[in-house]
Design a protein around this ligand. Structure first.
Ligand SMILES: O=C(O)[C@@H](CO)OP(=O)(O)O
Ligand SMILES: [Mg+2]
Length: 403
């Protein structure tokens, strides 16, 4: 029934106005799945390779589509993804592009779910999923590679850890986003938005900490549950390998690795940070391990560029005690199977998974289903903006349907 009869690939727009790959997968019994690849700006050095969409589409049409059509079953995700790997023939999807691979992988999953008549999260995670929902981390202030002339730290993320439901959590993050706007206005700090919808004022990180801390407390008082906040430092973007220092350009500050570890550990304690992503360079497992040793009992230290959703890199991290959570981005590794395997390995080893969007996104909602399917404790997918709310609203719908 789920035999694939057609795979169509096209270029569509992403949220930055750049082209990206969209895939349609059709099956023998009329099943249909459509999915699109997201795209990063602060990409990790070890990510699977995203090719220019036109090239990725041509290569996938030549190498992957003929191996799938009439040959593979959309309901068998591991088979589809193994064929994508075999068709590509490299270990980083540099032939067909991770963008073509992930679009086809996710579209096949949706086609499989369509034939089953089951929601995607159930097709992926089993019939008993849908009881637990991830806490959404929503960025409310940001800079780094996502906005010019803004904070050095890439993302300040509201984390509604005490929310009684995913719906309450999603609305709380939007309220923090609005509260930040009010506080910026009071301080006469005009702000546009960065790539992920967070406010991107020309302020330094210190001021951003004050504002986000205040906004989070204000909204927590209003809603009556605990809201913390966290960071994506995206430190690989500020690390200078020659001088071995972290360069905070807008602040005009430079820190060596020990100073960076001290700085982050102090921030964790001063602001009760619940989450810190990529506080150190993507090649420095030892520094991650030191920091995790110091503060890992009271906050999540998450590896994004460090792990790139790659089980080999995660194994190394587990061995060394580097980080205690992993960011999961299917396009970093190229298939849903690989993303699932990373989550399973993480869970088995006590690492929390944070399923994540990219800065360049589409209306695709697959990651909302992936998070519910895998019982991931967190999802990071913005707070506002259509391509972000697409995922957040899908979570609300899944919760609504499940009750
Ligand atoms: O660094 C990150 O975690 C992501 C998403 O927030 O950004 P990008 O997609 O640009 O890598
Ligand atoms: Mg990151």
């Amino acid at each position: 029934m789920t035999l694939i009869t057609d795979v169509r690939l096209r270029r569509i727009l992403d949220s930055r106005g750049n082209p990206t790959v969209e895939a349609d997968v059709l099956t023998e019994s009329g099943g249909f799945g459509r999915a699109a690849a997201p795209s990063g700006a602060s990409t990790g050095e070890y990510e699977a390779v995203e090719r220019p969409p036109t090239e990725a589409i041509a290569a996938a049409r030549e190498h992957a589509v003929p191996r799938l059509v009439g040959e593979a079953y959309a309901g068998n995700q591991r088979e589809v993804d193994a064929i994508l790997h075999a068709a590509d023939g490299t270990d980083d999807f540099s032939e067909i592009g991770a963008n073509s691979a992930v679009a086809i992988s996710m579209a096949a999953a949706k086609a499989g779910a369509d034939v089953l008549g089951a929601p995607l999260f159930q097709h992926l995670g089993g019939t008993f999923r849908g009881e637990n929902f991830p806490i959404p981390l929503g960025n409310v202030v940001g800079g780094g590679e996502h906005a010019a002339d803004a904070t050095d730290i890439q993302e300040f993320l509201a984390a509604p850890v005490g929310a009684p439901s995913v719906e309450d959590a999603v609305f709380a993050n939007a309220a923090v986003h609005a509260a930040v706007a009010d506080l910026l206005e009071e301080r006469d700090e005009p702000a546009g938005k960065g790539d992920e919808g967070a406010w991107a004022p020309s302020i330094d990180d210190g001021e951003a900490f004050e504002i986000v801390d205040e906004a989070v407390s204000m909204v927590a008082d209003e809603v009556g549950f605990e809201i913390g906040f966290g960071l994506d430092v995206a430190a690989a973007e500020m690390y200078d390998a020659d001088s071995e220092t972290y360069e905070y350009e807008s602040a005009g500050t430079s820190r060596d690795t020990d100073e960076q570890i001290d700085y982050i550990a102090d921030l964790v304690d001063e602001y009760d940070l619940v989450y810190v992503e990529d506080p150190l360079d993507e090649n420095d497992y030892d520094a991650f391990a030191d920091l995790t040793d110091r503060v890992g009992d009271r906050t999540l230290i998450c590896g994004d560029d460090l792990f790139v959703t790659n089980t080999d890199r995660l194994v190394e991290g587990i061995d060394l005690g580097a980080a205690n959570s992993i960011l999961i981005k299917p396009n970093q590794i190229g298939t849903l199977t690989d993303a699932f395997d990373a989550i399973e390995l993480a869970t088995k080893n006590g690492y929390d998974s944070v399923v994540s969007h990219r800065s360049g996104e589409t209306e695709d909602t697959t990651i909302a289903h992936l998070a519910v399917a895998t019982d991931a404790p967190f999802i990071k997918t913005g707070a506002v903006g259509g391509e972000r709310t697409a995922k957040l609203n899908e979570l609300v719908r899944i919760a609504d349907d499940a009750t």
